[in-house]
Design a protein around this ligand. Sequence first.
Ligand code: SF4
Length: 365
Amino acid sequence: MEESILSHNPQVQSFGLKNEALQRRLLAWYDRHARRLPWRAPPGRPADPYRVWLSEIMLQQTTVAAVVPYFAAFLSRWPRLEDLAAASLEEVLTAWAGLGYYARARNLHKCARVLVEEHEGRFPQTEAELRKLPGIGPYTAAAIAAIAFDQPAAPVDGNWERVVARLFAIRTPLPSAKPTLKSAGQSLVPQQRPGDFAQAVMDLGATICLPGRPKCLLCPVTDFCTAQQLDIAALLPAREPKAKKPTRRGIAFWITDPKGRLLLRRRPERGLLGGMMEVPSTAWREDKWSEAEALSQAPLAADWSPLPGHVRHTFTHFHLELALWAGRAEGRIPDGRWVTLEGLSDEALPSVMRKVITHALKHSG
Ligand code: SF4
């Protein structure tokens, strides 16, 4: 399959001869310019699979800057895989709160337990075996295999795709180009130091081969770059036009009791923000809510007062616009998790719910 994809791209075919020189150049650059990241071993030194795995799961869909404090907090609280496996899911979700994409945290926890219970606390070393673990997809398996175990794997993420599209001047737009970029990326991987090579491409994409404005004058592999020679580097990778994100709407119920505590509830385990805590709300949908419909989804009957403004948040596939209604629980207090305002920091609240709380505290007087 890979052969046939590559054989349709003459630039990829002709590139093979130059690979060794490119690999040497990029590794020499990495030895001097590797980013210092808290989960990374110095070039040429073995990496700790636990740190590599934890950082790679955290880095999915998120920036290095956002991950650094979470990585430090996780490592100080759970320094070894066994410690993380022994934690409760709720502790892990609470520590993850604010990092987003919470299915990752649930799978992280599940994966730690599987490794401890079924693999004697050790990570398997091949991409194929790693992919059988919870939360480890093709990219993460390749990243762990390469970085932690020096396997010749190509962890093709956005940085890799950009670098490879430019080196080979692959003009097919993303996402259709993904299989070609993966194959072309794999064709670059050396047998010697593949882990450092994987990280070198990541660093090149993050610091030099930037989206829109590549710094080709500083690039260690400019002699090998077809897009630079054709003066089309800034245009690659091409992308198919994105579908517009829909906006979903809902009403969140800000409910306090006579002691000033707030009613929270846990979201279902499966689905968006699964297992996280939330300020109760109606379902989120594109149609506007009538008052009667919203009332039918309120967790209790109360004298509701709408708060001014909306809370807006963007998820991967939609924008969310939440109105807030404030109400008091009087008489019989319904079941649920009643939390003092001081206790909110101990709850597994996703970013959107932190926004709801900040908004409500500002406007509810
Ligand atoms: Fe990227 Fe420019 Fe280097 Fe090509 S020469 S890999 S476009 S930075």
